[in-house]
Design a protein around this ligand. Structure first.
Ligand code: ADP
Ligand code: MG
Length: 348
């Protein structure tokens, strides 16, 4: 096993703001990222995730605010401080598979070292080491076009880590890959960043990705951070319905608020049937704190082992999702049960 210094920097963002002519972008934002932390920035397209990342990288300048990486102020709008990206000691990977097409895999990975004036022998050794970490040592002499998309993205990750950055910035690095590969690379990214001890900011619009990878998640909407916390915190104590919806399937109630799809049970008139296989959950309409909602089945999808129902509920625009149910024909009237304690009320 190769020994690696633990090098992750603590990052502090104070009042950071970069808006565009139309008023979108990043509104004044405060954020602290701990040394070695894996932080995901989660939110819908256009909410300002990439704007934040580009500011951290030094690819863009803020209108206001400052960024501190370890003890260095890398930008301070007020005092006119701006450290260019190359001097920030960071690694970056973006969504598009942006390797240099005319350079071999090894030359791509070694490139960040070449500009730092490290000896040729060192470059060769560290390039091999980085390629071994992503299990591509055998591909060193190949050209990028000879690699699959997943392999190319692994090369990009090796290139981002080769100079041992103190901060790793990843902007939807898995979006261009198919689902199976995405899941595999997701796990690899997490174990690599832990191994390197590098502070990581991972931008994604995919909640499953953020939930499974992160020490902490920041949820953004329209240029602002709505909430940050551990995945469990966001899931169990979302600040509002928007966050709740972003970290799980959320069924709305007519009077505001809602309930997580997996907390909904079908009250079945067939006493021998249960819509949960192993849990043995019983209908809870006799419990004092349960709520019952009348619904009509609109569609049924077999998910293997169980059915996924979409149901119409009076007073609610969007259909309710009921996973892990028994099959019910479209048009069937159902009573759905939930516990009052599971209801999430919106903050605003
Ligand atoms: P995300 O990465 O979350 O999808 P972005 O940070 O790329 O969102 O963009 C946030 C908002 O800022 C969007 O409304 C986008 O149109 C706008 N924006 C981003 N970059 C520019 C730019 N260079 N010029 C003008 N508007 C921009
Ligand atoms: Mg983006």
């Amino acid at each position: 096993m190769l020994s690696v210094d633990r090098i992750g920097a603590r990052v502090e963002v104070e009042g950071l703001c970069r808006t565009y002519a139309d008023g979108t972008g990043l509104l004044p934002t405060d954020l602290v990222i701990e040394s070695g932390e894996f932080l995901s920035v989660l939110g819908p397209s256009g909410c300002g995730k990439s704007t934040l990342l580009r500011l951290l990288a030094g690819l863009d300048r803020p209108r206001q605010g400052l960024i501190r990486v370890a003890d260095d102020v890398v930008c301070d709008a007020e005092r006119g401080v701006f450290v260019p990206p190359r001097q920030r000691r960071l690694g970056m990977v973006f969504q598009d598979l942006a390797l240099w097409p005319h350079l071999s895999v090894a030359a791509n990975v070694g490139f960040p070292l070449r500009v730092t004036g490290v000896s040729r022998a060192q470059i060769a050794r560290r390039t091999t080491e980085a390629l071994e970490r992503v299990e591509l040592a055998a591909m060193a002499a190949k050209m990028p076009h000879q690699l699959s998309g997943g392999q190319q993205q692994r090369v990009a990750i090796a290139r981002a880590l080769v100079a041992r950055p103190r901060l790793l910035l990843l902007d939807e690095p898995l979006s261009a890959l198919d689902a199976a590969l995405r899941e595999q690379l997701r796990a690899e990214i997490r174990s690599l960043t832990t191994e390197y001890g590098v502070t990581t900011v991972f931008v994604t619009h995919d909640q499953a990705e953020a939930m499974s990878l992160s020490d902490r998640i920041v949820v953004m909407r329209a240029g602002r951070i709505l909430q940050h916390g551990r995945p469990e915190d966001l899931y169990h104590r979302p600040a509002d319905a928007f966050v709740a919806e972003f970290v799980g399937i959320f069924n709305h109630l007519p009077d505001g608020g809602g309930v997580r799809a997996e907390r909904v049970l079908v009250l079945d008139d067939d006493p021998t049937a249960t819509n949960r296989d192993s849990a043995g959950a019983k209908p809870r309409d006799s419990a004092p704190n349960s709520l019952v909602v009348d619904a009509t089945v609109r569609s049924v999808v077999f998910t293997g082992g169980a059915y996924h129902l979409r149901c119409e509920v009076a007073g609610v625009d969007r259909p309710w999702v009921v996973p892990h149910a028994r099959a019910h024909a479209p048009g069937t009237a159902l009573r759905l049960a939930l516990t009052a304690g599971d209801v999430i009320t919106p903050a605003s």
